[in-house]
Design a protein around this ligand. Structure first.
Ligand SMILES: [Zn+2]
Length: 192
């Protein structure tokens, strides 16, 4: 997202995401799931459309509650594809429901002291390069190509590159947050 740090602050649609969410660590399952879904929804569209429709999508997908989405049946798919307020794409909706099921299965496989499921999966495999993450995501999820996985992981702090170094948010993240990619670099991991 080159230029995002110039365009986004103060922008009606982008400011909140850029200033408070992009590149910030996330661990709760429904928030991680939401973010992955938003990146899937973006494929072929602009991020601005996704952010505009985000509140309606959160509502339509039961706040991205993984259990609820995993249980969606034909009638739910019909309802979602008829909802003009969201991004309507059958393949994306089906992939999202399938991914919810896979996240549930992940809860029994990935556990550590504080984390479980998706967040434990991420922290277990961290650190990896983008190429390695993409391979891993392709094994575990649907509709997760290179751009989707790269953006998703950048947006939750598992890959570097969300903000330009002279962006105030970059400085804030560095000073006030425990960001996974930065910790890995400190320990000598090379992302490139
Ligand atoms: Zn920025």
């Amino acid at each position: 997202m080159s230029g995002y740090c110039i365009k986004a602050p103060g922008h009606e649609i982008h400011a909140h995401y850029h200033n408070e969410q992009y590149g910030f660590p996330l661990t709760t399952e429904h928030e991680l799931f939401e973010r992955l879904c938003l990146e899937i929804f973006q494929a072929g569209l602009s991020w601005e459309i996704v952010l505009k429709k985000r509140p309606r999508m959160v509502k339509a997908f039961d706040k991205f509650n993984v259990n609820k989405v995993a249980a969606y049946k034909g009638a739910d798919i019909k309802r979602l594809l008829a909802d003009e307020g969201i991004i309507r794409n059958r393949l994306k909706v089906q992939a999202i429901i399938e991914n919810a099921k896979r996240l549930i299965a992940m809860r029994d496989v990935y556990k550590d002291k504080a984390l479980k499921g998706f967040s434990a999966f991420l922290s277990y495999h961290h650190p990896l390069t983008k190429t390695e993450w993409v391979k891993l995501f392709k094994k575990h999820f649907k509709f997760t190509g290179g751009e989707i996985v790269g953006e998703f992981l950048m947006s939750i702090g598992y890959l570097p590159g969300s903000h330009a170094e002279n962006c105030p948010v970059y400085k804030r993240l560095k000073k006030e947050y425990d960001v996974p990619w930065r910790n890995a670099e400190k320990k000598g991991f090379k992302y490139k």
